[in-house]
Design a protein around this ligand. Sequence first.
Ligand SMILES: [Zn+2]
Length: 105
Amino acid sequence: MHKHKSSININKIANDRVRILFDTALLNEDNRDYAAYCISEMRKISSHHRIKLSRSVKDRFCRKCNSLLVPGETAEVRILKKGKEILYKCNRCGTKKHIITDIKQ
Ligand SMILES: [Zn+2]
């Protein structure tokens, strides 16, 4: 394996793969196992290549079972603190996730 020169390309490919896997998961939200598989692959690649996932991506899946969080489908959603906080509960594994929406700029 030659490590020199190709690292930029590999990082670009990894970035593309992360994006494609997330898009594929969203497109396959009805196929829950497949969507979760895409998310888990995406997370493997992102941690391996130290690619930071954006908040909008991280907020969309369960960190425990990789299930895509679809309100009313794969997740129970409760609005807390007058909409400043959203509580997601994964219907697959029961993990709860708080999302703070009250971000001051
Ligand atoms: Zn879960």
